[in-house]
Design a protein around this ligand. Structure first.
Ligand code: ZN
Length: 432
């Protein structure tokens, strides 16, 4: 797959991935912003701003105007997402003609980003939407445990510890002025990228990107991510009681500082794959397939520039909580002491390589993946090179990183479940 990299005069990076056999054009605009850049008191500003992009410009006065043009005229779809270190906006349009679709998609996305009117009354209305989105997250045991309880346990008051959705007490206080200053500081060309994939005439698309995004400020971004300093030296527990039928368990370790900017990240991903990244994984087998104790069993690994974590998640009956935690800890201990077999590692590599092939069949996923990777690493992703980073990992590498990360002092356990659970009992078994 060929990625054409260009830069506009204002410093905006443009990445083009022509794919002839598809019937769509896909665009993603990503900016180095997001919840990690927020200041206490305005937690949720990135997310609110993301929503406001669709809430009206001079040319398209309402959210409905935007949606109708994409859905009813172009026949496509659109959305946006706020992450810790990036905010992305994307659109997918079926090709009507190369000229029409390229113009429309660039016009729509640039209009959202550059021309949002941020009307006060609309802003107040949208705060209500955000609060409802937050409540949905709070009410869902899985989302709450993984997305609110877990980051708060790991990172506390630091911006990394917030949900990304926003803080209930902060959202009403975010002003139009706060948002405009956030945009001014971060929504600048050198801090952004536009990627397009799918059916295209490269020169035409480049001209349209230039026409539509040439107005983005060439200044350098003014805000920086607040640094995070690691200090954990004993196991930590967060127990939240709620009368749920299931008990949600998020149990894992901080991977910082071993894996920041280190090739060992690929070993952690493989470890993740072996332990809980698929239905043939060790934890899925032990908790669901063999014992029938859970419907959901999975693992997740995240990497930030100065921190990271590996986490196993399972939702089980309250009578199985302690045993499930013991099983997860036993699997952490087992992989650290015995490592993985050649065969198991080969399977994990094949699974990851296959996942990448599946992604490369999806032009919208390509546009999003390429843009988000560029914002995170400032590099154009090389998919083949990425696979090589996995290919070179040996069973010894996986065992070494497992030994490094799976230690008692790195452990974190977040639990959401009925009141019968006792914090002391949970804490007492937190040992590897
Ligand atoms: Zn939202």
């Amino acid at each position: 797959m060929k990625i054409i990299q260009k830069q506009l005069d204002n410093g905006l990076t443009v990445l083009l991935i022509p794919i002839d056999w598809v019937h769509t054009i896909n665009e993603c605009f990503a900016v180095g912003a997001g919840s990690r850049y927020e200041i206490k008191g305005t937690y949720g500003i990135s997310h609110l701003l993301e929503h406001m992009a669709f809430e009206g410009t001079k040319k398209r006065p309402s959210a409905r105007d935007f949606a109708a043009e994409i859905e009813n005229r172009g026949g496509g779809n659109f959305n946006a997402a706020t992450d810790s270190g990036s905010i992305s906006y994307w659109c997918q349009l079926p090709i009507m003609s190369l000229t029409f679709s390229s113009r429309l998609i660039n016009d729509i996305i640039s209009d959202e980003i550059l021309n949002s009117t941020m009307e006060k009354s609309v802003l107040e209305k949208e705060k209500g939407v955000i609060v409802q989105e937050l409540y949905r997250k709070i009410d869902d045991p899985r989302d709450f445990t993984q997305g609110i309880l877990w980051p708060r346990l790991l990172y506390g008051d630091h911006p990394l510890g917030q949900s990304g959705c926003g803080a209930k007490e902060d959202i009403p206080n975010i002003s139009r002025k706060d948002i405009l200053s956030y945009v001014k500081d971060l929504y600048v060309a050198p801090n952004s990228v536009v990627s397009l994939s799918g059916k295209m005439d490269v020169q035409r698309v480049l001209n349209d990107v230039d026409t539509c995004f040439g107005g983005l400020s060439p200044r350098l971004p003014k805000r920086k991510k607040p640094p995070y300093e690691e200090r954990q030296n004993s196991p930590k527990l967060s127990l939240e009681t709620r009368e749920t039928s299931q008990t949600s368990i998020a149990l894992g370790v901080k991977t910082h500082p071993i894996f920041c900017d280190s090739p060992d990240w690929a070993a952690v991903r493989l470890l993740d794959n072996v332990l809980g990244g698929k239905t043939s994984s060790r934890l899925y087998h032990e908790i669901r397939t063999k014992r029938g104790w859970a419907y959901e069993v999975e693992t997740e690994s995240s990497f930030y520039s100065d921190s990271g974590y590996f986490m196993a998640y399972a939702a089980v009956d309250k009578s199985k909580v302690l045993e499930s935690i013991r099983i997860i800890l036993k699997e952490f201990q087992k992989i650290a002491s015995q490592g993985v077999s050649e065969k198991e590692l080969k399977g994990a590599k094949a699974n990851i390589a296959g996942g990448q092939k599946i992604l490369l069949d999806d032009p919208l996923a390509i546009a999003k993946g390429v843009a988000e990777e560029f914002i995170t690493s400032r590099e154009v992703i090389d998919f083949e090179k990425r696979l090589n980073e996995f290919r070179i990992i040996t069973p010894q590498d996986v065992k070494r990183v497992a030994e490094e990360i799976f230690t008692s002092e790195r452990l974190n356990l977040a639990v959401l479940g009925p009141a019968q659970l006792e914090a002391d009992k949970l804490y007492d078994i937190l040992r590897i």
